[in-house]
Design a protein around this ligand. Structure first.
Ligand code: NAP
Length: 541
């Protein structure tokens, strides 16, 4: 085993440096340290493990993947030792799980917390990455692996006057650890994505009044969260291997399969009964009701129509119901939220919906939020306004490859990489679940394990063969970018023109469909084939 050293400049020298200590960083650290015996460290901006779950502590924060598939599957013992309590794990329980994993595998001793990476530069002569932190420390490593998450750069829209607001404001992705007391407060929440849809019912339960500012109306299906029965907990323990196998066979790494039947060929009455049953069962599984839902607009229209009718049947005030159900994109073309009493929340006397598509927010005033039509006095503003997704966390690290070329410039017109794993001109840099990989279209732990395993096997291969450098070939990048684009174009996903999948939520960001939409199974096969053909598309030296 190589030991950690300090060079003459005082920099810490390592075989590999991992950035991030969420699901991805923890597992990558474990793989490289315990399987390959490398000297490796993880740097983490937060004060603890957890990544996205460390930061997203907003009221109602809960995972949309079901707990029995939202965990690591690399260790059958670990799967037997841990027990989830609910159908969907809440943020505190996920934090307990990740701390349990970190402690069980003694990972924290190799994680440096409260450490934000502010620059990373490849030194070609030395074939090393020099990584600088906010506190001015330098780390030198042969391999740099980013495990920075897809949704970790909070987007607070640049509303004029925000600094003048006399009350308090928070972004859901940077929520105070001590929580926020809404009692007796007039709360305004901007944004109705997955986050806002989870938070609104919980905030409304304690606030004096909640005003939700909705720009784009959104679908949501009931999550139907519930405590897990002891029978199901027992089933999980006994069938750990089977559960792992299923998540490797399904399109999105979930525990359910997409039905083979077609919505357009199913008689209307039967189709309605299928949607009704899916609505009752709840969860992301709703989109698995028909095979053609995400590829045929006519099929999708049947699902969209069903959910819109449900919204109108739940929400009592016809005007509010009309604003909530006036949805302009296909079902699940944006990441589909699931909820607990979201639409029901609008039946409460202390909740108001404001249509900021019709009357946009003009500015924030000392008193509250001002639209083109009215001013809404508030004590607290909650920004559930999402993230500079996928590329944001990578770009803010100021990564420079060969000859000092900035990633910012290489990705000027959108992310360009090979298999979502490597960028041409950035040798020995690997990205976990970045753009160009299934990532956010997949159940994240499944995508993360596949990437970390692939990277680990690749580094092991290099060590066996005495190879020092791996880099994506420009022509392979060219082909992969075209493939990612092409595959997305065969689905309805790009039809949600304002989605964060396309970068459209951030003013000025290039509009490129970022995740690979061909499914986890196909992606895994492609990655395996590339290895079988001697790391085709990569230059190894
Ligand atoms: P999001 O989906 O990007 O939603 C942001 C919301 O803020 C949208 O309604 C957006 O409206 C609105 N918004 C943004 N800028 C605005 C502005 N200037 N004026 C008015 N409204 C504005 O963000 P998110 O809800 O945080 O979710 C992001 C992703 O995180 C999800 O898609 C999901 O992948 C993940 N997530 C997962 C879970 C889970 O598993 N439980 C929970 C939460 C989030 P427009 O639509 O008009 O842009």
């Amino acid at each position: 085993m190589t030991t950690m050293m300090t060079d003459i400049t005082g920099a810490t020298e390592l075989d590999a440096l991992v950035v991030g200590a969420g699901f991805a960083g923890l597992y990558q650290l474990l793989c490289l340290r315990d399987r390959l015996g490398l000297s490796v460290k993880a740097l983490e901006a937060g004060a603890g493990v957890g990544g996205t779950w460390y930061w997203n502590r907003y009221p109602g924060a809960r995972c949309d993947s079901e707990s029995h598939v939202y965990w690591y599957t690399f260790s059958p013992e670990l799967m037997r030792e841990w027990e989830w309590s609910e159908r969907y794990p809440g943020q505190p329980e996920i934090m307990r799980y990740l701390n349990f994993v970190a402690d069980r595998f003694d990972l924290k001793r190799d994680i440096q917390f409260n450490t934000r990476v502010v620059a990373a530069e490849y030194d070609e002569a030395a074939n090393r990455w020099r990584v600088r932190t906010e506190a001015g420390e330098t780390f030198v490593a042969k391999f740099l692996i980013t495990a920075v998450g897809c949704l970790s750069t909070a987007n607070v829209p640049k509303f004029e006057g925000l600094e003048s607001f006399a009350g308090d404001w928070y972004h859901t992705g940077q929520w105070p650890h001590e929580g926020v007391d809404f009692t007796g407060k007039r709360v305004g929440m901007i944004g109705t994505g997955s986050t806002g849809i989870q938070a609104a019912p919980v905030i409304a339960a304690s606030a004096e009044h909640l005003t939700v500012f909705q720009r784009t109306a959104n679908y949501s299906v009931p999550a139907r969260n519930a405590p897990l029965t002891s029978e199901f907990q027992g089933y999980i323990k006994e069938n750990a291997a089977g559960i792992r196998a299923v998540t490797r066979e399904t399109l999105n790494g979930m525990g359910f399969r997409i039905e083979e039947r077609l919505a357009v060929e199913t008689p209307a009455e039967e189709r309605e009964a299928i949607y009704e049953a899916a609505w009752e069962r709840g969860g992301l599984q709703f989109r698995a009701a028909f095979k053609d839902m995400m590829v045929d607009k006519a099929a999708n229209d049947t699902a969209a129509d069903f959910v819109k009718r449900k919204i109108r049947s739940i929400v009592k005030d016809p005007r509010t119901a009309a604003i909530l159900s006036d949805i302009d994109h296909p079902y699940a073309a944006k990441r589909p939220p699931i909820d607990t009493n979201y639409f029901e929340t609008y039946n409460r006397a202390n909740v108001t919906l404001v249509d900021v598509k019709a009357a946009p927010i003009q500015r924030i005033t000392p008193a509250g939020v001002c639209t083109t039509e009215a001013e809404y006095p508030l004590d607290i503003i909650v920004f559930a306004t999402g993230f500079d997704a996928m590329t944001g966390p990578m770009l803010r690290m100021n990564i420079r490859g060969r000859d000092g070329v900035a990633l910012q410039d290489v990705w000027d017109a959108g992310p360009r990489n090979y298999l979502g794993l490597q960028i041409a001109g950035f040798p020995n840099l690997f990205t976990i679940t970045g753009p160009g990989s299934p990532s956010v279209l997949c159940n994240m732990p499944v995508a993360i394990e596949q990437h970390a395993d692939w990277i680990t096997d690749c580094i092991a291969h290099m060590r066996t063969k005495g190879l020092e450098r791996i880099e994506a070939r420009p022509e392979a990048v060219e082909k992969w970018v075209a493939e990612v684009n092409d595959v997305a174009g065969k689905t309805l996903l790009p039809l949600a023109t304002h989605s964060w999948y396309l970068g459209a939520n951030i003013p000025g960001k290039p509009r490129v469909f970022m995740p690979y939409a061909g499914g986890m199974v196909r992606y895994r096969e492609i990655c395996q084939d590339v290895v079988a053909r001697g790391y085709e598309g990569f230059a190894l030296a």
